[in-house]
Write a protein of this length. Sequence first.
Length: 150
Amino acid sequence: MEDLKKNSAECGNMTGWTGIWFVPVTDVLGVYIRDERSRSVSLYSGGRFARIECTNIYLSDTAKDGARQLNITCSYRATPAQADYRLNDMMANRYLLKLRDRNGKLWLAGTQREPLRFGYEHVGESDGSGLHEYRLSFFRNLTTPLYALV
């Protein structure tokens, strides 16, 4: 799995999340609950998690009428030649995400039974450098909240 790299050294996050890694659920060998009370798990992956170098990471986890809706978005900058094919290809898979919070703690979003879907939109034209702005989204209705990775 290739890392999705941005072309800017600038990295900012005001929402509390400092990193995102993803892996197709088909590459995950197992997720084992270590402690149900603390919602901690161990993850065994046969594939490599790829890092998304993005900014403005935002997580929305809402519960309504017994259903939990998770939506993780971020801003990603790349040239269309670098990104469009790769992003379109990603839409065919389902994913588990690792998220790092400001304290350095890792969290798992999605499960093997409920992997996240991927989508993106092109939200900004080139700023003269050839880079375009994309909004990446990982989303799903889930029955469980985020798990802490141990």
